[in-house]
Ligand binder design. Sequence first.
Ligand SMILES: *Cc1c(COP(=O)(O)O)cnc(C)c1O
Length: 425
Amino acid sequence: MDAFSYAGGSLRIEGVSAAAIADAVGTPVYVYSARTVREHYRKLDAAFSELPRIICFSIKSNSCLALLKILADEGAGFDVVSGGELFRAMRVGADPRKVVFAGVGKSDEEIETALKAGILMFNVESEEELENVDRIAGRLGATAPVALRLNPDVDPHTHGYISTGKIENKFGLDLKRAGALVAASGRFGNVRIVGVHAHIGSQITEVEPYAEALDRVGDFLRCNRSAKAPMEYLDAGGGFGIFYRGGEAQPAEAFAHVMVPRIKPLGCTLILEPGRFIVGNAGVLLTRVRYVKTSPTKRFIIVDAGMNDLIRPSLYGAFHEVWPVDAGELPPSRGGPVAAAPGYGRADVVGPICESGDFLAKDRPMPEVKRGELLCVFSAGAYGFTMSSNYNSRPRAPEVLVEGDKFRVVRRRETYEDLVSHETV
Ligand SMILES: *Cc1c(COP(=O)(O)O)cnc(C)c1O
């Protein structure tokens, strides 16, 4: 059952009234459903149950410790892209043997810390990086397990900013260079090439790009495996899309259906790095209407959450459903009233930040709302809080975790003192 419902006419998150959370904690506030996080993790795990696998949750999508703890308890590993994310994974007691480290620009310090922690592998993205990992491992008297991050040159049909597997993107090694690197890997005495990695993009709603990428990665693996490069792991990255508008997402089985038959014959352990798929629709952002104003052409709903809290609409033109907490029924994207229902004038939902790019939703059919009313921004669990900032010197919003009929603040709202606490005059 969906954890977000309008049972009784007002939004509930699991067994808790959204309005009660906003009254207790204030707005804007991120709210996550623990049950949904667990359900999404289990769905994905079950879909790939035919393969030996490690599901490494991508911390950059949501780095909230309380959520990471839930996933660690489920048996998840973690995909980290910085020393800070590694620190978070360790803080919740993650098994380092289930941690993979990706990113084009790892620092020496990050590499050293991860080696000392004993992570499963580094996803190495260039010749120079491999050399550097080899050098640092040598200095520590260690052998570094690495997977080569391949750029399979496939188009994931997603937003340009979140496509990573096309040849013009900065990520990974093209297959030719990667092959040459494996052939030359005898030069590197302190690394072991234990796998290959390909993460082709994010919010991918078609299965074909995965099929195409895996065909290329599979061929590469067959041609380049050796005693020195045993390639026991195939890391297929993350990127599974979710629904924002309604209906556009694929279930985990659809991806598994094309991926499992391509991976099984390779005899590899599969690693997945899902972020959005697990947390995107497990979280919402609650915000209160500050003012409503109409211009000759538009209705503006000015709310207390802005682009510093949720930047995706401003950054990518991303769509987030925005709907009154007391609307009585689900929004259009969740099977509620038809978008063009009479009486729903169109509106822009905008934040208080001094930028014209500061909006959460544009030109949407919306019921009448009044000053003080609560709105819910849906699908805000991934790349929401983690991309938030203090722009306009706004303290960041708190994060609340709902479990059953209870909720608790798992990150308190920042204060003005927090804002200046790192500064001196
Ligand atoms: C961002 C990222 C992910 C997660 O992507 P989602 O679309 O959230 O699943 C996985 N792997 C790598 C290397 C990433 O950079």
